[in-house]
Design a protein around this ligand. Structure first.
Ligand code: UDP
Length: 452
């Protein structure tokens, strides 16, 4: 039942223009809305969430002046810096206007911002509003960023090729090559420092689960000295509503209905990772030769320098797709992973994809590309043991072998069983009495206490 006391309180969410960050923030918004809060979503004008799909929220577009980056959008560091420079004044202006209104529901009780939108802290401070950070990666990723100054002082940065397979001191199980970013340059060092700095935030909310990252969360708790609320996985708490920036092709669900239990390998590299033409061709033949049915997401821009992906497929591959595969530009991923026919997920290991896969008991082939994906892959393969990694050069033979190991061999069957067990454990965490369930109630009380 809706709590009217809370409905009079407004929480402003500040989210960046990236799919993997938009989704968990909107999910958090839906959860807080169901608890009675009024929700305003402040977002960069570029890559904006579809407001028509969320009539329960108010939307506040912030001019981000990203036109200079049209040709180099994937220089993410520059884009993030630009957003942090350009969105600050508009957010402050809008909030001042909002707070000048006399209606109680316009009074902002708290701002929750994504780690990437760190400019928000200064705005919140200026307006004397409490702020909370939302972390949408795993906690281990942030712990690895925190280690940069220490690793630099100990002479490990710049990273040395000869050490890449060695374990990083005090960051078990990460090897040097699993570190999310090479912090050799001052720019990267500053970037990670900006993201790690929780400034004057009153609390940190994490889309993770206590038992998955217990020891890392304890270490971060000691460093932060403010409450950490681990309330994930958010997508299992809120009813499914689409947060996709691209149109989902739901036809693939009918195709999945016709496939045998656990037979389909689902392939997706998320919203940002890219591959070159050679990798596309090797992937196509690896899938073809594996003899497994496959569902492959080839989104526009996945292949470097080309939006015309259909023409890129090698001769003869389209016939195989006709017999045994489906290719879509964007899938309803959570429904796909929950489908009984899907027995494996070949993924770039973004944190949302990782959570979505293990929640449904689907083991993974890990092909991390950059940033936290490498940390997630290491945990999936070596700690949770629900995935195997393609580490070498990606050729069709290696891909075919990896698919067989996961989909038909005993090793894959054992991973699937571990993933199923883990998924059940995770689901119990969001049910009444579970760790995320209880922590979410604590978070609600905490937010209410900030404005009393
Ligand atoms: N996703 C989707 N359909 C697709 C591919 C991805 O809905 O075809 C969603 C996926 O469910 C996840 C998000 O896009 O919630 C990707 O986030 P993730 O953190 O896994 O990776 P990123 O895109 O940030 O690299």
């Amino acid at each position: 039942m809706e709590k009217q006391g809370a409905r009079r309180r407004r929480v402003v969410l500040v989210l960046p223009p990236f799919q993997g960050h938009i989704t968990p923030m909107l999910q958090l918004g839906a959860i807080l809305h169901s608890k009675g809060f009024t929700i305003t979503v402040a977002h960069a004008e570029f890559n904006a969430p579809d407001s028509s799909k969320h009539p329960e929220f108010f939307f506040l577009p912030l001019p981000a002046n990203l036109s200079d980056y049209d040709n180099s959008f994937w220089n993410l560091l520059e884009v993030i810096t630009a957003i942090n420079v350009h969105c600050k004044a508009p957010l402050q202006r809008y909030l001042v206007q909002m707070m000048e209104k006399p209606e109680p529901q316009d009074q902002v009780c708290c701002i929750i911002y994504d780690t990437i939108m760190y400019f928000t802290d200064a705005v919140a401070n200026h307006l004397k509003l409490p702020s909370i950070v939302l972390c949408t990666t795993c906690a281990s990723n942030i712990l690895a960023w925190h280690a940069n100054p220490r690793l630099q002082a100990e002479g490990y940065i710049p990273l040395q090729e000869s050490l890449s397979n060695e374990l990083v001191p005090e960051l078990h199980p990460l090897r040097f090559k699993d570190l999310p970013l090479d912090a050799s340059s001052e720019v990267v060092m500053q970037f990670t420092a900006d993201l790690c700095n929780i400034r004057s935030s009153a609390a940190v909310v994490w889309n993770t689960i206590e038992f998955l990252e217990h020891s890392v969360l304890s270490q971060l708790q000691q460093q932060y000295q403010i409450p950490i609320f681990s309330i994930g996985p958010l997508h299992k708490i809120t009813p499914a509503s689409t947060t996709s920036l691209l149109k989902e092709d739901t036809n693939c669900l009918a195709w999945l209905d016709k496939q045998v239990l656990n037979s389909v390998i689902y392939v997706s590299m998320g919203s940002l990772a890219i591959m070159d033409y050679k990798e596309l061709v090797e992937t196509a033949w690896g899938l073809a030769n594996s003899d497994q049915p496959f569902l492959w997401v080839v989104r526009p821009g996945l292949v470097k320098g080309s939006d015309q992906w259909v023409e890129l497929f090698p001769k003869g591959f389209k016939e195989i797709v006709g017999k045994r595969g489906q290719i879509v530009t964007w899938a309803p991923q959570k429904e796909v992973l929950a489908h009984d026919a899907v027995g494996g997920f070949w993924s770039h290991c973004g944190w949302n994809s990782t959570l979505e896969s293990i929640c449904e008991g689907v083991p993974m082939i890990c092909r991390p590309s950059f940033a936290d994906q490498k940390v997630n892959a290491r945990y999936l393969t070596h700690i949770w043991r629900v995935g195997l990694e393609i580490e070498d050069v990606m050729d069709s033979g290696g891909i075919e072998r990896a698919i067989r190991r996961l989909m038909v061999e005993k090793e894959g069957e054992e991973m699937r069983q571990r993933a199923i067990d883990m998924g059940q454990q995770i689901k119990s965490c969001v049910q009444k009495g579970g760790s995320s369930y209880n922590t979410l109630n604590d978070l609600e009380e905490f937010i209410l206490s900030q404005s009393s």
